[in-house]
Design a protein around this ligand. Structure first.
Ligand code: FES
Length: 147
């Protein structure tokens, strides 16, 4: 993976952002490539924001919301899940690898689950890099034909 590449994690204020806080207090380690953006609800992340992050050079984007039935805005996380499926399909159509995007649920009491999700994303992107020599051009992984 390009070590300058960032992974943007949109974290819900009420769950995954609080879990990230707890991870810090618990001294759990995760990649320095992760950049957390706090949002009020995973349902408030617009697909355009995901695309914008990738276009600006992020290696991957995550949206991490409350578990099903625990959204503070009732159905925000269900909306985010429905959007995530569309986002994943759209990104593939645009030439991004499906490994570059993930939607998942983490509660405020699950810092280990959050860190595991960060590790999983970092590992997936590293595997993508290893399996297929690539370079990042405008955020999209592209075959490197200069090998
Ligand atoms: S409040 Fe956390 S996903 Fe809606």
């Amino acid at each position: 993976m390009n070590w300058d590449a960032k992974i943007i994690a949109f974290c819900c204020n009420w769950c995954s952002y609080a879990a990230a806080d707890l991870a810090g207090i618990s001294r759990l380690q995760y990649s320095g490539s992760i950049r957390i953006i706090r949002v009020l609800c995973s349902g408030m992340v617009h697909p355009q924001q995901v695309l914008h992050a990738l276009e600006k050079g992020a290696a991957g984007v995550m949206i991490i919301g409350c578990h099903s039935g625990e959204c503070h805005y009732l159905k925000g996380n269900e909306l985010a899940l429905a959007r995530a499926e569309v986002i994943a399909d759209t990104l593939e159509d645009l030439g991004y690898a499906k490994e570059q995007f993930e939607f998942t649920w983490v509660s405020s009491a699950e810092p280990e689950r959050l860190v595991a999700a960060f590790h999983r994303m970092s590992a997936r992107l590293a595997d993508l890099d290893r399996d297929m020599p690539v370079t990042i051009t405008g955020g999209a992984w592209q075959q490197n034909n200069e090998t």
